[in-house]
Design a protein around this ligand. Structure first.
Ligand code: 1HE
Length: 266
């Protein structure tokens, strides 16, 4: 059991490696890692702590068991028999967790397998990179359950695949298997072992200066919420800070001295 910000992690497991890669595991495999209220609070707690934790340079979000995440805990939702405003507040907590992820400034890589459905897809799309294995599949079964998305799919899934594909997924229950998911933009990699590939990608990401990663993993998302005019202005301000950092000077010097790697395909 782990303790972050006085929040005990029961449904998540956390390992922080010496190289600064945190491995956060959804740890309710018997319930297919369905997202109950407790899990969402634990996600908020962990991802809120990230910007203040210099020991963590990248996060891998993975799952125990055969499935990444079966979405909203339907049994809890059924048992709680929530009033509209109660479920609105549940959804706001989901947004708190997922916004903390997307705007964290720390690279988050989701290692996917099996079901990535409903709220599970909303969780996965809050990460910065998605790596699927061959067992992975994506769906939005909310419609079949008489529900609607409440954890940001209308923003993040629509952003990745476009509104027409998202509507099709919701109206027809269409399931995208891994390769097809990659083709439509739901994931960027399909590999044999998504955990291993996620580590490899995280190891590449932590070679980049933390301030650059901050800009990449928060600035791009913020700018997409702005008008093009304001985004261009904010980009210039952020580039002013990032592109003059000491770590950039060293790397530019290496390039000028011809000791830095060239950008060429292998
Ligand atoms: C669950 C959940 C869940 C499994 N909530 N308990 N999401 C869905 O509509 C997907 C629902 N789940 C499934 O379709 C299947 O469980 C899976 C395809 C993911 C896995 O199938 P399988 O055969 O391996 O497992 P299972 O036998 O269906 O489930 C094993 C246990 O996990 C069982 O509990 P048990 O106590 O009877 O052993 C299931 O009840 C439990 N389980 N999925 C609660 N989702 C903010 S709005 C977001 C809205 C949504 O996310 S809607 C999409 C909901």
């Amino acid at each position: 059991m782990y303790n972050i910000n006085n929040q005990k992690l029961e449904n998540l497991a956390l390992e922080i490696r010496d190289d600064g890669i945190a491995i956060l595991t959804l740890n309710r495999p018997k319930k297919r890692n369905a997202l109950d209220a407790q899990t969402i609070e634990e996600l908020i707690s962990f991802f809120s702590s990230l910007p203040r934790n210099p020991d963590v340079r990248a996060v891998i979000l993975r799952a125990e068991g055969d499935h990444f995440c079966a979405g909203l805990d339907l049994v809890e939702h059924h048992n709680e028999d929530r009033r509209p405003e109660e479920f609105m507040h549940i959804c706001l907590r989901w947004h708190e967790a997922f916004n903390k992820m997307e705007y964290s400034g720390v690279p988050i890589i989701a290692a996917l397998k099996g079901a990535v459905v409903g709220g599970g897809l909303e969780l996965a799309t809050s990460a910065h990179i998605r790596v699927a294995d061959h067992s992975t599949y994506f769906a939005l079964p909310e419609g079949q359950r008489g529900l609607f998305t409440g954890g940001g799919a209308t923003i993040r899934v629509a952003d990745l695949v476009g509104k027409a594909r998202m509507i099709d997924m919701m109206l027809t229950g269409r399931i995208y298997k891994s390769e097809e998911g990659e083709r439509v933009g739901l994931c960027q990699y399909v590999v044999e072992d998504s955990d291993a590939k996620a580590i490899e990608l995280a190891q590449a990401a932590i070679k980049i200066p933390a301030l650059s990663n901050f800009a990449i993993c928060s600035g791009i998302s913020h700018f997409q919420n702005m008008s093009a005019l304001d985004a261009a202005y904010a980009e210039a301000v952020l580039a002013g800070v990032v592109n003059t950092q000491p770590a950039a000077r060293e790397r530019l010097e290496a390039f000028a001295n011809k000791t830095a790697a060239r950008v060429k395909p292998k």
